[in-house]
Each structure stands twice: as C-alpha cells, then as structure tokens.
Design a protein around this ligand. Structure first.
Ligand code: C5P
Length: 234
C-alpha cells in the first residue's frame, strides 16, 4: 500500500472543546492529513465533533480504544461505522472474541479497525508493573498475531516495533505509529519514540502526531516541517 506523504500524517486533535479543535483543524484541513479525535475531545463535545471535522473535507480517525466484552465492543464499533469514520481503535488486550466481534462490525464498511498493541507511554518497566513479564516487542508481536488471526487489518504500535512487525507480517497489515517526536522536541509522556523520518524509513504507513504540532507556536509551520521530513523519507 502506498499512501501519499501528506496523507501519512494523522494530527491528534487533543483539544478541550469545539472552538480549540476547530482552531487547530481549519488551517490544516486543506493539507490532506487525517484528524484524530480521541477521548478528551469526544467526551467534551460528543459525536457531533466527527461531523464538524468531516465537514472540513477531512478524514477522521476516531481513537476511543474500545476495550470491553465482545458484544459491547461490537456495538461500539458499529456506532463508529455509522458516524462514517475512516479509522477507529480497539485494545487487542481485550482478547480474540472481542477483536473478532469488533472486526465483524466494520467488515462491510470503509472503517478500518486498528488494534492497539502496547501504549507508547509504556516501557518494559511499566509493563512489568501490570503483570506482563516479557519485553514490549514480544507483547506487540503476540497481540498482533492474535489480531491477524481474527482478520484484523491494522495495528497501532510504537516506532520501535515497526521493523519486527514488518519482518513477521510483511505488508499484510497497516501500521499506525504514535510516539513520534521531531529531533529536539519534548518527549512529554511518550517513552518509545523516533523522529518522523526514522519511523517512515522503518515502514510506518501512518504517523500520529499530537503535541509537536498542536503545541507549536504555528501548528501549520510545524506540520509543514514534519511533512517535508516525511516526504524526504518516503
Ligand atoms: O501528543 P502526542 O504526539 O504524544 O500524541 C499522541 C496521540 O496518539 C495521543 O492522542 C495518544 O492518545 C495517541 N496514542 C498513543 N499511543 C498509542 C495509541 C494512541 O500515544 N499506543
């Protein structure tokens, strides 16, 4: 799959309300990027935020990371499909019955269900604290294999897992990568990070980038600088 450079960037609209989300999205809407609506914005504004962003002509990734019993996860994905979103997320830790139910809910739609493997804010130490006693990469591969067996078509994983995922699964899966930080920018709460160019060279299909763009003095300039790096690496 070959995604044009500008469409490889997913801007995380992690904003507290409608007006600040639109202030971020409107100057970027013509650039072809995807906008990610996550827990903060969706909880504050509700489903109408999806329609507002779609009305700018942009594609929407609804990142609510569903993790529940299979029936609830299926119905939640069905609601995301009804909103016409391009991508949505489930936690692979929910297990195969939940993943299969979620995948089935989207099977005859344009919505791509992505499985979250291990959050990019977690490292081996924090995994150990929640009872997972093997390295993050092993856990990502294990969860992805389970997801692939449930007909899942894409995963969310840190930049450090792209190479092992490509070695194991080739290009059969879409890889969406958060934890991306341009050289010299703050890590914030992210742990397993790479620069945009490095992540693209490793084989990421899409990069999720929030604060390096949304907290910049000029989000549009920050976006265009990252786009240049992605373009050079693609
Ligand atoms: O600001 P920053 O670039 O760290 O934002 C990353 C975005 O990607 C956030 O919206 C976060 O919820 C999301 N995300 C993540 N790690 C995952 C899945 C999603 O950071 N594994």
């Amino acid at each position: 799959m070959s995604v044009p450079s500008n469409q490889k960037i997913i801007v995380a609209l992690d904003a507290p309300d409608l007006s600040s989300a639109l202030a971020l999205a409107e100057p970027l809407a013509g650039e072809g990027c995807v906008f990610k609506i996550g827990l903060q914005l969706f909880t504050a504004v509700g489903p109408s935020i999806v329609k507002k962003i779609q009305s700018l002509g942009a594609r929407v990734f609804l990142d609510l990371k569903f993790h529940d019993i299979p029936n609830t996860a299926r119905e939640a994905v069905a609601s995301a499909v009804a909103l016409g979103v391009d991508m949505t997320t489930i936690h692979l830790a929910g297990g195969p019955a939940m993943v299969s139910a979620a995948v089935k809910a989207a099977e005859s739609s344009k919505t791509l269900v992505l499985g979250v493997t291990v959050l990019t804010s977690m490292d081996d130490t924090t995994l150990d604290l929640v009872g997972i006693r093997h390295p993050a990469t092993d856990q990502v591969l294990r969860l992805t294999e389970m997801g692939a067996n449930c007909q899942l078509r894409g995963v969310v994983a840190s930049p450090h897992e792209i190479t092992p995922l490509r070695e194991e699964f080739g290009h059969s899966l879409v890889i969406v990568t958060p934890g991306v930080r341009p050289a010299g920018s703050a890590l914030d709460d992210q742990r397993r990070v790479m620069t945009p160019g490095e992540a693209i060279r490793c084989g990421a299909d899409y990069l999720v980038i929030g604060r390096p763009i949304t907290s910049a003095r000029s989000p549009r300039d920050a976006f265009l600088q990252i786009l240049g790096e992605v373009h050079a690496a693609a």
